[in-house]
Ligand binder design. Structure first.
Ligand code: THG
Length: 367
């Protein structure tokens, strides 16, 4: 493959120096920022993630900050998840929808206080939509992208490593909650969350200047835990059913099609801009939905465009993420499948670049 050239438009991160010293072999672009995709190999990284502890530069999970008296009102306008019960110190996974009920992003909302929120975004220009809403409705709120770069610590030894750097109090943080911890005079939000099923934390590093000091402190403290630089792992995230915005879903999909209906309370999410559209489509129910899919045969090639799913030669959906899973000894995949063919056990044909393969709709993701 040709290389992608560096420039100011493709943003580096506060940790890029550490990532490159650790031998990063591949990057992708996410929110116009570098996101590592592979260090040793995707399979070696996967095994290490499931065994030890990794530090991930996920700076590309940019924050959209809402600050001011109308911050909570604006946040509720963006999502069909009912936020009335959400307290400061909590994180919520929230579908963000437009006026047609189409998915614009699937971020983590972080409630710092009643009038200060972060939206930790997936790969779409959500800042522009949020600024447009704030200005268009004349809301009393400031909307911007602060100098905050998440650093994830993931894997079975994440708790031990984090306790060594931030103290035993990190063990008290519950899933999708955060608390404040001091590092070199800076107060940082530390959440129990992250884009893997192996457990761990996300540190919202506020102030680029402490990026490398924190990176180095984690590696120094974790030497005898086999700590390594890592990144969101393709195999592990498909096994776990973690969705990738822009790949597994786009603005053409509703949250219900994405299996995110459990994060919607459309009837009580008063003020949500997509509410009427979602109430209409939710009445009928979705006619296609995300499903885990196993693909027969040996290792499939990379999935850089949707692969058609067929039943008796008729198109019934598409696979959007796929890879070989060493632990489950099959190709694991995420697809969008029509209602008529989405039941577990349904056998389909998938058109991979290598030719047709048998594919089976699964009842559950693998982890
Ligand atoms: N962490 C933070 N920001 C992010 C991501 C993250 N921004 C981009 C991207 N990831 C957003 N997408 C997701 C997708 C899945 C999850 C979080 C963000 C996730 N899901 C859990 C699951 O499906 O098991 C739990 C959801 C829940 O129960 O609330 O964690 O990873 N800061």
């Amino acid at each position: 493959m040709p290389q992608i050239s560096a420039s100011r438009r493709l943003r580096r991160t506060p940790f890029s120096e550490g990532v490159e010293a650790a031998g990063v072999k591949g990057y992708t672009v996410y929110n116009r920022m570098l996101l590592p995709t592979v260090f040793e190999s995707v399979e070696a990284d996967y095994r290490h993630l499931k065994t030890h502890v990794q530090v991930w530069d996920v700076s590309c999970e940019r924050q959209v900050e809402l600050r001011g008296p109308d911050a909570a009102r604006l946040m509720q306008m963006l999502t069909p998840r009912d936020l009335r019960g959400m307290l400061p110190g909590q994180c919520f996974y929230v579908p963000i929808v437009d006026e047609t009920g189409g998915m614009l992003n699937d971020p983590v909302a972080v409630k710092l206080s009643e009038d200060r929120w972060w939206i930790s975004i997936a790969d779409s220009d959500l800042l522009l939509w949020v600024k447009g809403i704030a200005v268009g409705y004349r809301l009393d709120v400031l909307v911007d992208e602060p100098d905050v770069s998440p650093l994830a610590v993931q894997g079975p030894k994440a708790e031990e490593l984090m306790a060594r750097v931030f103290g035993d109090r990190v063990q008290d943080i519950r899933f999708f909650k955060f608390d404040m911890f001091e590092f070199q005079g800076h107060d940082l939000a530390v959440a129990r969350s992250g884009y893997s099923k192996q457990g761990g934390y996300e540190i919202y590093v506020e102030g680029s200047e402490i990026g490398m000091p924190l990176w180095n402190a984690l590696f120094a403290a974790g030497e005898n835990l086999h700590v390594r630089a890592g990144c969101p792992n393709l195999i592990e995230r498909i096994e776990g059913g973690l969705l990738s915005y822009g790949n597994d879903m786009t603005d053409d999909n509703t949250p219900h099609e994405c299996g995110l209906g459990k994060f919607c309370n459309t009837h009580t999410a008063i003020g949500c801009i997509g509410r009427d559209a979602l109430l209409r489509v939710a009445k009928e129910g979705p006619i296609q939905q995300i499903r885990p899919i196993a693909i027969a045969g040996d290792s499939v090639p990379g999935c850089d465009r949707p692969w058609g799913l067929f039943a008796d030669g008729k198109w019934v959906g598409q696979v959007t993420s796929a890879t070989w899973s060493p632990d489950f000894a099959t190709n694991v995949a995420i697809g969008m499948v029509r209602l008529s063919h989405w039941d577990a056990g349904t056998e389909l044909d998938v058109e991979t670049p290598d030719g047709m393969r048998r594919a089976t709709v699964q009842s559950h993701f693998w982890i």
